[in-house]
Design a protein. Structure first.
Lengths: 319, 261
């Protein structure tokens, strides 16, 4: 439903029935509505799929990391992925390395940041949730610094490209982005959903998970690597859209409870719907498009505060 | 299962926590480990469930060295109930209990209906079936302790290791929890090792008592043989009086300092 809403809304409105007409036209290879076909197949559809994929990846990985790191404030970005991706993209944009290489470079640097985080946190062989989060904060700061340096060194017109990349840019997503990022993203998402019971057991704490026969270190690294794969590939294509990863798991828990078997699949669909709706708002509420990252932040931050207030008694352990 | 511990030695960095601990625990016995704070009780239990790797000596279950067993095979034999558990998210009680089935599941599997039925039975066994649907963040200390025992039961273990199961519990709940543990040992023929601070609980419920001080075993044997004025003086450096009641026939340890002016 959110998908249909998302596709129909925009500068050039399409009605839901028009989509059906267009689909049948495509099927029979006729083109009575050439312009509508162009808008639907080449602009709206890839953007909608990307939004859904992004939201799904963020919802599922956010929930998985919160459990794995036993931290309700954890998100994929806490591992340094977002700053890594930003540096990768900025490097490529600042020195005009070409269109496709921006994505590849963002993807590579996002993964690099995660590996750095894992390497730092495993120095003393611990790989405990606290050391991972601390290492992630350090790595993020490091890459933020690098990002600033790149922006200072870059040409002014490239700086604006960098900034618009960082705030998220679903509006510039086309089929090649979707085709590039979908396979690794789906692998990561599927892997995490398959591991959902282990992820739940990890949230019981390291010692207890070990007493239940779980290889804590191996499973935690597996979850983090699958997360990085999924998140890096969507972030590389669509920029850094915040808050979905943090809000979605909490919203899901409020809606269906903390059922360890359903939480991750439900976070997936809720994340996808949230981002589709946010992006539909982004392109329709104002005469110019608002970057979707701004919409998610504006909605997400107050919503998060509200949730935190409401659920304090439930999360008595930490709030 | 018989637990054989030989010359077990453990250090936290350079600080010794266990020194040459040797003990044999027979199948189906409830053994209480009694000793002052920092005497090595928790370290001993953690060595038994492989959470800590000893510096020297070994532990065998039915003759098999425990560090040669596969992690999930080991977890099918040994259930562990920690001293403190900090809940992370408000999971349903029954899901927490069902996590005890994890050692029987492959990495990608989720517990089946049958596994959940077993989890309900485990919850029933500790008398908490009615808690099944509650978020486990809202339980009282005593209820949470019982739920964690139920989770260990869902592992269908032959050995139960409980780290101070009576800590933070009220006057009555201490006895409720110990009674449940005692019944489990009787009915399911498991071997249980329990650390404890209260000599009277040890006297009332254990088959054997192991007295520990500064990482060493001071005495090991039947409770009323091991717990007396002398051993309590060694353990706690405090004068006590052991009094005997005839109805019910039982012994109690009373600290002398209660009467001191």
């Amino acid at each position: 439903m959110a998908l249909t809403l998302h596709i129909c809304v925009g500068k050039y409105p399409l009605s839901p029935t028009m989509i059906l007409t267009l689909l049948t036209e495509k099927l029979f290879r006729t083109s009575e509505h050439a312009l509508e076909q162009l808008v639907f197949f080449d602009i709206r559809l890839p953007r909608a799929i990307m939004a859904a994929l992004f939201g799904a990846a963020m919802g599922v990985t956010g929930a998985a990391l919160q459990s794995t790191l036993r931290n309700p404030l954890a998100s994929p970005y806490i591992l340094g992925m977002s700053s890594g991706a930003a540096v990768g993209a900025a490097l490529s944009l600042a020195f005009n390395l070409g269109v496709l290489s921006t994505e590849v470079s963002a993807f590579t640097f996002a993964l690099l940041a995660v590996f750095l985080t894992l390497a730092i946190s495993s120095v003393r062989g611990s790989l405990s949730p606290v050391s991972i989060v601390l290492a992630g904060v350090v790595v993020s700061a490091l890459f933020q610094g690098a990002l600033t340096v790149i922006q200072i060194m870059a040409q002014p017109e490239n700086v604006s490209a960098i900034v618009s990349w960082i705030v998220g840019r679903l509006n510039a997503v086309y089929w090649n982005h979707v085709l590039l990022s979908a396979p690794p993203a789906l692998v990561g998402i599927l892997g995490i959903i398959l591991l959902r019971w282990r992820i739940f057991v990890l949230s019981m704490g390291d010692e207890e998970a070990r007493a239940l026969g779980v290889n804590v270190r191996r499973e935690r690294v597996a979850v983090i690597l699958l997360t990085s794969l999924a998140v890096s590939s969507v972030v590389a294509a669509a920029g850094i859209i915040g808050w979905v990863c943090l809000i979605t798991p909490h919203l899901t828990r409020l809606m269906i409870g903390s059922d360890p078997k359903k939480l991750l699949p439900a976070s997936l669909s809720l994340g996808a719907s949230l981002l589709l709706v946010s992006d539909a708002l982004a392109k329709s509420v104002w005469k110019y498009e608002i970057p979707v990252g701004v919409v998610t932040t504006l909605i997400g931050a107050p919503l998060f505060l509200y949730l935190l207030r409401r659920s304090m008694h439930v999360y008595g352990g930490w709030a | 299962m018989i637990i054989t511990v030989e010359n077990l030695t453990f250090y936290y960095d350079s600080i010794p926590a266990l020194r040459n601990v040797s003990v044999e625990i027979l199948s189906g016995e409830l053994v209480t480990v009694l000793g002052p704070n920092g005497s090595g009780k928790t370290t001993f239990l953690k060595c038994l469930c492989r959470l800590l790797k000893p510096r020297a000596g070994y532990i065998r279950f039915d003759g098999q060295p425990i560090w040669r067993m596969k992690p999930n095979r080991f977890a099918q034999q040994v259930g562990y109930v920690p001293q403190v558990h900090s809940p992370s998210f408000p999971y349903r009680v029954i899901d927490v209990v069902a996590s005890g089935k994890t050692p029987y599941l492959s990495a990608l599997a989720v517990p089946s209906e049958k596994d959940y039925e077993l989890a309900y039975q485990a919850l029933e066994a500790v008398g908490c079936r009615e808690l099944a649907e509650r978020p486990y963040t809202q339980l009282s200390g005593g209820e949470l302790r019982l739920v964690l025992i139920a989770r260990a039961l869902a592992q269908q273990p032959k050995i139960l290791l409980l780290d101070e199961p009576t800590s933070h519990l009220d006057f009555k709940n201490k006895i409720v929890v110990m009674r449940i543990i005692k019944n489990l040992v009787r009915e399911k023929r498991v071997t249980a090792v329990v650390s404890e601070h209260d000599p009277n609980i040890a006297l009332a419920f254990s088959d054997k008592v192991m007295l520990m001080k500064e990482g060493r075993v001071v005495a090991y044997g039947k409770p009323d043989e091991v717990i007396n004025e002398e051993t309590m003086k060694i353990l706690y450096g405090m004068d006590v009086e052991v009094i005997s009641l005839t109805n019910p026939r039982s012994k109690f340890v009373v600290p002398r300092m209660l009467n001191a002016q």
